[in-house]
Design a binder for this molecule. Sequence first.
Ligand SMILES: Cc1ncc(COP(=O)(O)O)c(C=O)c1O
Length: 304
Amino acid sequence: MAAYLFTDPGDTLVLSDLYWENYDLVFGYGYGAVVETFNLFRNGGFDTGAFAAKLAGISQEKIILLLNFPNNPSGYTPLTREVEIIVSEIEKLARQGKKIVAIIDDAYFGLVYEEGVYPESIFVKLAGLHENVLAVKLDGPTKEDYVWGFRVGFITYGIKGATPALYEALESKTAGAIRGNISNISHLSQSLLLNVYLSASYEATKQKKFTILKERCEALKQSFNKPEYQPFFEPLPFNSGYFMCVQVKDGLDAEAIRQHLLAKYSTGVIVFGNVVRLAFSATPMDKIPQLVENLYQACKDLKK
Ligand SMILES: Cc1ncc(COP(=O)(O)O)c(C=O)c1O
């Protein structure tokens, strides 16, 4: 719906180079956006320089910026100090007259596991930043509340100085977009979720699931500590969400590793270029060291 509402053919969509591949289908193939990516990581953190350079290099007046933290596939959320820089770069462009639609994909909202990582949605910083910045926050209970297949979503808008009439117009356009595209969302799913959100046990249940994911994330971090793994792969920064990425070293082919892992070690992973995505959301705690060990064994087999 956000792509339908805000993308015209030829618009530039700015993304980090690790991104949920459905954006290509929705924004690119669906609505004609031209996808431009910036390098996500540098020196173990968010590459603020690449982010700023990419934005500065766009000549069009309108820029659609898609921010997805915790990020799929990397499992990275910027640190609070990195968020400050990201926000100030966006503000700089807005002051220069650029019109920025900041689409904030909060599919994994709240799943932040480490100190120093920005714990809120970056929407908080962008919603009142500047008249030229429209912040569009997208939430889905799929990952936040573990309800695959419910097909419910939420859109929240924020723009500095907006009047009630402007928000009413946005709301009407959004309702029209839904009506004109998919007619309606499942009422059954909405009703079930509303009951859950109003239930007294909701927060406690959610906390329990959060703790499971946090502990798996920590265990996975520990599992990479073996020196014998280093010639073959290294983890990219991760601190949140459902997944993390492993960069395989030169001389190894991630797609060949993926196929070998599946055939010999009954281990399923997803691959983007030379990066392997591991889903700790789908790996029980007692299998996490084995997951990394299987990756190592597969790399060793293929290096022979
Ligand atoms: C970054 C990101 N955004 C959005 C979605 C879509 O979520 P849903 O299944 O609720 O459509 C996903 C699902 O994988 C995702 O990873």
